[in-house]
Design a protein around this ligand. Structure first.
Ligand code: NAP
Ligand code: HSE
Length: 455
């Protein structure tokens, strides 16, 4: 049995889950892998805090440096979160040539290339399966299982907290603030929950997936990001009546030069079209979207995540599982530990490097240039001629209306008007919305939600 000594920095939701999982399945892993994981040191903020898996006092400390530097520690597991101390922890370990396992998507998103370079130059590796979609092994799938595919599109529900909130709002009619408190209590939310509800956590994850698929590291500022804070039960209800479910989606899509999804057969190396030589680009964005109820992502509920990945050779594939919380995330950390163990055992430190810039390298296109469909809810004066005024603004912008619904049961001087809008660029739609908002018959800021076509 090959012993592997772990230094774990952070024993909160995920770190605590890891300690429990090792206690439960450590010997199973030993029998499968021929290695024994030994928790040698643990760093936390407050060593006196009561923990579900108590750590012996001689192994627990509030000094992460002591853990990283301890000559007995072979592998460092960073589970504290954030981008400051966590970066110091990871860099310090890599510079000592120690492999690092992390679940920290915010850190990877902001500092990925620096950390990957440190791992390479110090002859070690960085493992991050738990950073995206909890227990779903999506990093391994993109880096290894689908390595032979050009990735045409990915649509992901990658934030468990938002999916939990949207599901409870739809199924129970619950209020946003109450459900957020439940998501925090269940250990799904980040320490700073605005990272979840304002879409940043989903953007960190979507950026990691886009980078792996398209070969250059996507920075958070390149990702158009919208959260779910502004969504109302009203829109969730109208969407449902129309046959849609609202989900926070991470979207990564190869586009042709006019902003439309690119067909598989025309995308070649370095993102160049094989037929016309023009450069493809990639959409990387996070926004709430109407998902048709007939699409499988519409029925992914609560803290479950799912990612549909369309490869040019494999076609459509789907990955589903628990996306947040203690146990599923611990499962992905264990998966990384299994890789570390085999790499250490066989002396193959960069067998699968953390990130390899590669051939397709498409630029990220601004969302303004991307063509979408839209759901539009307007609060309008209840009098004749209103629709004509709105249709005229859209007509002048060459934006087509596919349907109009004036839901029954809304009486008074101001009533809702729902329009479903055909393909238009986001720039054209924004411009038209500004004009619509200025019409005297429109009594509140328009609500626009994209409709995902999954083309
Ligand atoms: P958490 O519950 O807040 O736990 C953080 C842990 O880090 C605590 O044990 C804390 O100590 C310790 N800590 C904080 N600052 C420290 C410092 N300076 N030195 C030593 N220890 C320190 O966070 P979490 O939910 O486990 O998340 C950890 C990481 O996993 C984050 O990067 C998060 O994004 C990621 N992640 C979380 C989930 C999830 O579902 N929660 C899923 C996937 C990925 P005390 O216990 O003494 O306070
Ligand atoms: N806060 C994150 C979520 C944890 O809700 O998805 C899992 O990464």
């Amino acid at each position: 049995m090959y012993p592997i000594h772990l230094g774990i920095v952070g024993a909160g939701t995920v770190g605590g889950g890891l300690l429990q999982a090792l206690a439960r399945n450590g010997s199973l892993m030993a029998s499968r892998l021929g290695v024994e994981f030994i928790v040698t040191r643990v760093a936390v903020r407050d060593p006196k805090k009561a923990r579900s898996i108590p750590v012996p006092t001689d192994r627990i400390t509030n000094d992460w440096r002591a853990v990283v530097k301890d000559p007995a520690v072979q592998v460092v597991v960073e589970l504290i979160g954030g981008t400051t101390t966590a970066r110091d922890v990871v860099l310090a370990a890599l510079r000592l040539g120690k492999p690092v396992v992390t679940a920290n998507k915010a850190l990877l998103s902001a500092h990925g290339p620096e950390l990957f370079a440190a791992a390479a130059s110090h002859g070690t590796n960085l493992y991050y399966e738990a950073s995206v979609a909890g227990g779903i092994p999506i990093i391994k799938i993109l880096r290894e299982s689908l390595a032979g595919n050009q990735i045409l599109s990915m649509h992901g529900i990658v934030n468990g907290t938002c999916n939990y909130i949207l599901t409870r709002m739809k199924l129970d009619g619950a209020e946003f603030a109450d459900v957020l408190a439940d998501a925090q209590r269940l250990g799904y939310a980040e320490a700073e929950p605005s990272l979840d509800i304002d879409g940043h956590d989903a953007a960190h994850k979507t950026g990691i997936l886009a980078s792996l698929a398209h070969g250059s590291w996507v920075k958070p500022e390149q990702i158009h990001t919208e959260g779910i804070r502004h969504l109302s039960k009203l829109d969730i209800g109208f969407a449902s009546q129309l046959g849609y479910t609202i989900k926070l989606l991470g979207v990564v899509k190869l586009l042709d030069p006019v902003g439309k999804a690119r067909p598989a057969r025309v995308v070649g190396r370095k993102g160049r079209s094989q037929s016309d030589g023009r450069r493809a680009a990639v959409q990387v964005s996070v926004y709430p979207a109407l998902v048709p109820d007939s699409h499988v992502l519409a029925s992914v509920n609560f803290a479950y995540n799912a990612i549909s990945v369309h490869g040019d050779i494999v076609g459509e594939t789907l990955y589903y599982g628990r996306g947040a919380g203690q146990d599923p995330t611990a499962s992905s950390v264990l998966s990384d530990l299994a890789d570390v163990a085999l790499d250490l055992k066989h002396g193959s430190t960069q067998r699968v490097p953390p990130f390899v810039p590669h051939a397709s390298q498409c630029p990220v296109v601004p969302l303004a240039e991307v063509v979408s469909r839209y759901y539009l809810r307007l609060s309008v004066a209840d009098r004749p001629g209103v629709l004509a005024k709105i249709a005229s603004v859209l007509g002048k912008a060459r934006i087509g209306i596919s349907s109009v619904i004036q839901p029954e049961g809304h009486e008074g001087e101001i009533v809702p008007l729902i329009l479903m809008i055909h393909d238009a660029t986001n720039a054209a739609m924004q411009k038209a919305l500004q004009r619509i908002a200025r019409l005297s018959v429109v009594k509140a800021p328009p609500v626009m939600i994209r409709v995902e076509a999954f083309s």
